[in-house]
Design a protein around this ligand. Structure first.
Ligand SMILES: NC(=O)c1ccc[n+]([C@@H]2O[C@H](COP(=O)([O-])OP(=O)(O)OC[C@H]3O[C@@H](n4cnc5c(N)ncnc54)[C@H](OP(=O)(O)O)[C@@H]3O)[C@@H](O)[C@H]2O)c1
Length: 252
């Protein structure tokens, strides 16, 4: 890496918003951005947890409470976001999953998953884009999934939102390009987090690992590395794309 490209991965003069940053992939993304100097705005759902984290947070790291499952919860967060005068980087990472086949969809589950995985990224993008336009610079990364490129049984609701998120990425990239705002997707494969441990049995995970050419689940920091580049100044010409980080799973 030349020193110039090294500087392009420097976030020390930038403010980055990462949704769902209290654990898993979002936490790893926040840590990676923080290690390169970003001022961090991070979200989680639990008010007590947020209070504890803010009490212990180093300077430049602030936690905001945000629950995107309900329209009111999202609106309260959007109002807070609109009052922040500078956001250079936005990582729409928060996501939830439900296990369902298309003929088993529970309307309440559909609403919750669609709200968190798709409605929130769309409306958050709208608010941060207005802020980014004022500064003529921005990087937005939406965290989709391999189930935004292909499907797996009983993932009807989840896959619908994750495919939709790639559509949001493409549409946003088109609308915001002229303002220096680049929008991309990172689509993780099987990553070792609470979400995956909840949704797959040990036996399912063992059989999945057998089908991953790199022979293991992803670590959260490996997803963060991909996000970091697309979110950086080093990325000056990639927009509207989806980078699949799956250890070769999709190769078949
Ligand atoms: N893990 C994987 O293998 C994998 C693969 C492909 C894609 N992904 C995607 O990667 C992203 C992160 O996944 P993960 O595995 O790191 O998940 P995770 O460990 O379950 O963490 C989810 C994060 O989202 C927040 N969150 C949960 N419900 C929310 C809500 N209603 N409103 C706002 N925020 C909420 C959580 O906050 P609290 O801690 O407060 O609950 C937490 O910070 C998701 O978009 C997921 O779909 C994951």
């Amino acid at each position: 890496m030349t020193s110039e490209s090294g500087q392009n991965l420097d976030f020390s003069d930038q403010t980055a918003l990462v949704t769902g940053a209290t654990r898993g992939i979002g936490e790893a993304i926040a840590d990676a951005l923080g290690a390169r100097g970003a001022t961090l705005l991070l979200t989680g759902t639990d008010p007590d947890d947020i209070e504890r984290r803010n009490a212990a947070a180093p300077p430049g790291r602030r936690y905001l409470r945000a629950d995107f499952a309900s329209a009111d919860g999202l609106q309260a967060f959007l109002d807070q976001l609109a009052s922040i005068d500078r956001i250079d980087v936005c990582i729409n990472n928060a996501g939830i999953n439900r296990v369902d086949a298309v003929d088993e969809i529970d309307p309440a589950d559909w609403d919750a998953v669609a709200n968190v995985n798709l409605r929130a990224p769309a409306l958050i993008t709208g608010v941060v884009a207005r802020t980014m336009k004022r500064h003529g610079y921005g990087r937005i990364v939406n965290v989709s999934s391999i189930w935004g490129h292909r499907v797996w049984e009983k993932r009807a609701t989840y896959a619908s939102t994750k495919w939709g998120l790639r559509g949001l990425t493409a549409a946003s990239a088109r609308d915001l390009a002229a303002d220096g705002i680049l929008v991309n997707t990172v689509s993780p494969g099987f990553t070792d987090t609470a979400l995956v441990r909840r949704n797959y049995s040990e036996a399912e995970l063992a059989s999945v690992v057998n089908r991953i050419p790199l022979g293991r689940l992803a670590r959260t920091d490996e997803i963060a590395t991909a996000v970091l580049f697309l979110a950086s100044r080093g990325n000056s010409y990639i927009t509207g794309q989806s980078l699949v980080v799956d250890g070769g799973y999709g190769l078949g």
